[in-house]
Design a protein around this ligand. Structure first.
Ligand code: ZN
Length: 188
């Protein structure tokens, strides 16, 4: 399977992962401003009817695209909350008992319960094992006399992109890591 290409805006802010076909199309439309990847991928097209030569196009693993981003200021976008990225954010650890568990044994715990007006947002959710989530119930950690092992955070764009791609390439990882928040525990 071809790896995903990291798309940046013209200023070098990471935007999103795109399939290589989209990168090829951007290149075809001369929309790629510059490349920042260590890897390049060559894709073969059809044969030219006149020359008989097969066309090919090479795209980098990281591309900066011309024009204004559809998302506006890329850093301002709140990344969507999903269990997969949440569990990865917390290193697949239950943030109450510290056990590291496979994804199917983990749950999303609302620190301030939804029934108490807590939000379903990055800063109000943590990874919890089923027994801890059950023990806590619809209570705050203080009420349940349970302590959080880490402070939940909302990933920035680079951190979210890092979390959401399991086939990330070394150069893409390097690029994103430079844009993590200070003291980020991700990818250690
Ligand atoms: Zn636990």
């Amino acid at each position: 399977m071809a790896p995903l290409i990291l798309r940046l805006d013209i200023t070098g802010q990471p935007l999103r992962w795109i399939p290589w076909r989209e990168a090829v199309l951007l290149d075809f439309k001369s929309m790629i401003a510059w490349n920042a990847g260590d890897h390049s991928f060559t894709f073969r097209g059809g044969h030219n009817r006149v020359s008989g030569k097969r066309s090919s196009i090479t795209v980098s693993s990281i591309i900066a695209v011309k024009g204004r981003s559809r998302h506006g200021a890329s850093g301002a976008l709140v990344p969507p909350l999903s269990n997969r990225e949440l569990f990865l954010r917390d290193g697949q650890l239950c943030l109450y008992c510290g056990k590291q568990l496979p994804e199917h044994m983990l749950t999303r715990d609302h620190i301030r319960p939804l029934s108490e007006g807590g939000k379903d947002s990055w800063r109000n959710v943590v990874t919890a094992c089923k027994p801890c989530n059950h023990a806590k119930g619809a209570r705050s950690p203080e009420q349940a006399n349970m302590t959080l092992l880490a402070v939940p955070f909302e990933p920035n764009r680079a951190e979210y992109l890092f979390l959401s791609n399991r086939r990330i390439l070394a150069d893409q990882m390097q690029f994103l890591k430079k844009r993590f928040r200070n003291g980020s525990r991700l990818g250690i």
